[in-house]
Design a protein around this ligand. Structure first.
Ligand code: SF4
Length: 208
């Protein structure tokens, strides 16, 4: 028997697990996040889906989710019916080999303003070092393509800085195909230190 009358930790676990279970990997689907990180992680997630399960209760990720929810509520208060929250999008793409894949993504918010469609992507973390980060700018460029946006704003909420950056550039389909078919592992050396699959990965890079 528990000494607690309510168990919020279990509720957070349940809600995050339900959300994760909604997004079971499909072989022909590439999420936007797959295209801005090590391509091998997608392969490992298809083959060994349980290995990364512990990330459900990762404290930085939970904190990040709460920052998202807070800012999304603020956006709704400010823009009312002119903002959509957690917008899902999907486009098909033909690869040179002839097969068709689907690119899927979920934008934190899309605001309609002055005949423009503006994406909002929220980033939170401890440090503001190097912001806006390259893979975040790439993510915004892909959203501009996927959701036919005029621009995407990266909103950083960190311990050291709260700042926004406007990304107008749109990724080309040629670059997307290069990213989908890439077999350069990892995309960034630092990724391996945070990767749940590093325990089985022959390509793991050890940074000194
Ligand atoms: S350990 Fe590194 S190379 Fe291997 S899957 Fe993870 S990020 Fe990619």
């Amino acid at each position: 028997m528990s000494e607690f009358d309510i168990d919020l930790i279990k509720e957070i676990y349940r809600l995050r697990k339900e959300e994760r279970d909604k997004h079971v990997r499909e072989p022909d689907v590439y999420y936007v996040t797959d295209l801005v990180r090590c391509p091998l992680k997608r392969e490992f997630e298809l083959r060994y889906p349980e290995i990364s399960l512990y990330e459900i209760m990762s404290p930085p990720t939970i904190l990040g989710e709460f920052v998202h929810k807070g800012l999304q509520k603020l956006l709704t208060e400010i823009y009312g019916s002119d903002v959509e929250i957690e917008v899902e999008g999907e486009k098909k793409l033909s690869l040179p080999q002839g097969n068709v894949v689907r690119v899927k993504g979920r934008c934190d918010a899309i605001v309609k303003k002055d005949n423009k469609r503006i994406g909002i992507e929220i980033k939170s973390g401890r440090s503001d070092y190097g912001i806006p980060l390259e893979h975040h700018m790439d993510q915004a460029r892909i959203y501009n393509w996927l959701f036919d946006l005029d621009e995407t704003y990266l909103i950083y909420i960190t311990y050291e800085r709260v700042a926004q950056y406007k990304i107008k550039d749109k990724i080309s389909e040629e670059e997307l195909i290069i990213r989908i078919t890439s077999n350069t592992y990892p995309r960034y050396v630092w990724e391996c230190s945070y990767c749940p699959f590093s325990i089985i990965c022959p390509y793991k890079k050890i940074s000194k």
